[in-house]
Write a protein that binds this ligand. Structure first.
Ligand code: GLN
Ligand code: ZN
Length: 761
């Protein structure tokens, strides 16, 4: 029984790659320095897997930025604007595509399936001249081989590559990306021949698209592609990896009939249904890579349960063809638990980061081969048992309360239009009211204060004074700018999820549990290990202080339950919706305490609601129902005159507009400035939206300062489809990453545009 790892995090246990990249980009170190750090990281990963006893060790899962961009480089599909002149693609072209350069912006980035990893979207058209322009795959294979490790080179499969691409700007509407298959396959053939020549005996193609709802034509592309590659692949063992969900029956049939393929990899954590398909028919003589160790989470595997699953598979695939694997690449989990010194021993015993998952995979493989490491298994069983019975995990009152809300609906008692009328009487806002999304620039000084307070280097009194001063500054600035509904600026928050997680019970925080989000950017998701409750009010102190500084309405600012859930590592011992309802109840308590404290406008951010949408359409309805329900639970108990705002980051939500309406917030502010047309088209097509809506009037992701005219122009366009009574004027997200030198003039332009239009109405 052999072991296999689909892929491994490349950042390093202490984010070594991040720092090396950023230092190189800042011209503080050389390309050689960056290459050295990277080679050391790769070598240590290969050694780690070798030492653990892993048989199929991946290579080419390292990347300087992104594996999809690496594939674009491999195929020489560099958009013209980067002025690449051919030859092997070097850092300047590669990083220009990833990050832009002085004269050209970066290529677009988007989420890799339903993960928080962002890839660089290939831009393709009929005129792209493909060529073998990056030898990274073969170079990494040789590099490992020189270190004595015979690896399995990993390539993104040709069909998934095309299905994740977008047509270049000037390409005709009728253009079909899959029509490029015949043009990229010759390059894949060159790469495969090269790898074969270098001595590779296995090759892995990642084709996670197979878990999506595909059209017959898209499925046919797999058959076509692998038939075309068959002769080049002969002599090699080939594994096609799928992950992130189950493989639908039709796709399973196509996949398992592919020519020239030796083995198939499945995610048996998220794709439990695939197990039934395997049981009902798996091609004889083929390898089954059984992904039983979760690559998307930080929980220790339930080894006994996985052993059970593997044993049932043994009845279907012969022992020598069954390979224990991870559910997907470990890229999506944290790197190494060994560096966690802050977490207590009990919680630590429940966890496994990438380095520990390797050991789990190997332990399972050995157990199935009759060489069970009894000590390893029994300590795992003890940890599983402690997790099940720990009083830190279970809070019966919370479980009961969550179970009770699940069964019934929760809505505010009156319609949104009646509420808006009542609120307007109280708030007396001008038409086209102006507001911002919550955060103001986070200065170095501010970060220092928070850090020193956390490290107990400054007293509570000093900390409170510093934050109070900051809020007062932000309040004054907004009054000077003449903004209508103010925010306190969120100076006390490091992160919109962590801030709440730290005050809720059931959450733990790692010191180094970073996961790559894009390029050198990493996030450190909180770990939700137990039933969630709110021991004390979380934001009332600062919000009421801020409200006391101004006569204008001051928004109380909360992160919503779905966003807290989607940006955390969520416990896997109960359904996600259960945890979401628990968080919703905690936020509900907070909303009601804010209301009692006299805060009459409360914003509950659901920045990440859209991104939690399941990969398969058949699962959308259920997710949206409990997600939207959770949101409504948080604010169904407030009086009509309390105005509930929400904010969403993801601009592409036309497909979920009815769910957004169903959230029944009084006002929604949304990111829009990069996609005006898309958003407004929903309303043009007649979707009735009676609540307040603030599509962002300028892009806060860029340092560029918008002019009054350009904002006014945008607002005019919005007014063509939206009623004057419902439109709000605001930027498209929080201002925390901007500088005051950008924020001041931008907000000034925004307010003056609003005033200009008001006089015309
Ligand atoms: N209120 C948060 C802020 O302004 C919202 C951030 C977000 O949407 N990502 O920073
Ligand atoms: Zn946002």
């Amino acid at each position: 029984m052999a072991s296999h790892i689909v892929g491994y995090p490349r950042m390093g246990p202490k984010r070594e790659l991040k720092f090396a990249l950023e230092s190189f980009w800042d011209k503080k170190s050389s390309a050689e320095d960056l290459k050295k750090v990277s080679a050391d990281l790769r070598a240590s990963i290969w050694k780690q897997m070798t030492d653990a006893g892993i048989k199929y060790i991946p290579s080419n899962t390292f990347s300087y930025y992104d594996q999809v961009l690496d594939t674009t480089a491999m195929l020489g599909a560099v958009p013209d604007r980067y002025k690449w002149t051919g030859g092997e693609i070097e850092f300047d072209t590669y990083f220009s595509m990833a990050r832009g350069n002085a004269s050209v912006p970066a290529m677009e980035m988007t989420k890799w399936f339903d993960t928080n990893y962002h890839f660089i979207v290939p831009e393709l058209g009929p005129n792209v001249k493909f060529s073998y322009a990056s030898h990274k795959a073969v170079n990494e294979y040789k590099e490992a081989k020189a270190l004595g490790v015979d690896t399995v080179p990993v390539l993104i499969g040709p069909v998934t590559y095309l299905l994740r691409s977008k047509p270049a700007k000037d390409v005709e509407k009728s253009f079909c990306l899959l029509s490029l298959l015949d043009m990229i396959l010759p390059i894949y053939k060159e790469v495969i021949a090269d790898l074969k020549g270098a001595g590779a005996s296995w090759i892995q193609f990642d084709e996670p698209s197979l878990v999506l709802d595909l059209e017959p034509k898209q499925l046919e592309a797999f058959t076509k592609a692998y038939s075309a590659l068959e002769s080049t692949l002969s002599g090699l063992n080939v594994v096609i990896e799928t992950y992130f969900s189950d493989v639908p029956a039709e796709a399973f049939k196509v996949l398992t009939s592919l020519k020239g393929v030796t083995g198939f990899g499945f995610d048996l954590v998220r794709g439990a249904k695939t197990l039934d398909l395997i049981k009902s028919g798996f091609p004889s003589g083929k390898y089954l890579f059984a992904g039983v160790v979760d690559g998307r989470n930080i929980w220790a595997n339930d080894l006994a349960a996985s052993e059970g699953t593997l044993k049932t598979l043994e009845g279907i695939v012969s022992k020598d063809k069954l390979v224990v694997s991870t559910s997907c690449s470990l890229l999506h989990t944290a790197v190494d638990l060994i560096n966690e010194t802050k977490l207590d021993a009990e919680i630590k015993s429940w966890l496994a980061f990438a380095a520990q998952k390797i050991l789990e995979v190997n332990a399972l493989a050995k157990a199935l081969a009759g060489q069970k490491d009894e000590a390893f298994f029994s300590s795992n069983a003890a940890a599983q048992a402690s997790r099940k019975s720990s009083p830190r995990v279970t809070n019966e009152a919370v479980q009961k309360a969550a179970a009770a809300v699940r069964g019934s609906d929760h809505r505010r008692a009156t319609t949104v239009s009646a509420r808006l009328d009542a609120q307007q009487k109280k708030l007396n806002l001008p038409i086209l009211p102006t507001t911002t999304i919550g955060s103001f620039p986070q200065t170095v000084e501010l970060r220092r204060v928070r850090r020193e307070y956390k490290a107990k280097k400054i007293s509570e009194a000093d900390y409170v004074k510093a934050i109070e001063e900051e809020i007062s500054k932000v309040v004054k600035l907004q009054e000077e700018l003449d903004i209508d509904v103010l925010v306190h600026g969120e100076p006390e928050r490091n992160d919109m999820v962590e801030y709440f997680g730290e005050q809720l019970s059931g959450f733990a925080f790692s010191a180094n549990g970073w996961v790559q989000s894009y390029g050198s950017r990493c996030v450190k998701p909180p770990i939700i290990y137990g039933d969630v409750s709110r021991p004390n009010p979380m934001t009332v102190f600062w919000s009421s202080k801020a409200q006391s500084m101004t006569k204008r309405p001051m928004k109380g600012m909360l992160t919503g339950p779905v966003t807290i859930l989607n940006w955390s590592f969520v416990r896997n011992d109960q359904p996600r919706f259960e945890t979401c309802y628990q968080i919703a109840l905690a936020i509900k308590n907070e909303v009601e305490d804010l209301e009692k404290a006299g805060v009459t406008v409360i914003q509950i951010d659901e920045a990440a609601l859209r991104e939690g949408l399941p990969l398969r359409k058949s699962e959308h309805k259920f997710y949206l129902e409990w997600a939207v329900h959770s949101f409504r639970i948080t604010n169904c108990g407030v009086v009509d005159t309390t105005q509930i705002h929400t904010h969403m980051c993801y601009s592409n939500f036309n497909d979920i507009i009815h769910s957004i309406i169903d959230m029944d917030a009084d006002v929604i502010t949304i990111e829009n400035s990069r996609s005006d047309e898309k958003l407004l088209s929903v309303f043009r097509e007649g979707v009735k939206y009676g609540a307040g809506i603030g599509p962002g009037v300028y892009d806060i992701h860029s340092p560029r300062i918008p002019s009054t005219e350009e904002i006014a122009d945008r607002v005019d366009k919005m007014l063509a489809v939206l009623d004057t009574k419902v439109l709000w004027i605001n930027p498209d997200c929080g201002l925390k990453t901007r500088k005051y030198a950008e924020v001041n003039p931008a907000l000034k332009a925004m307010v003056s545009a609003a005033k200009q239009i008001r006089t015309k109405l």
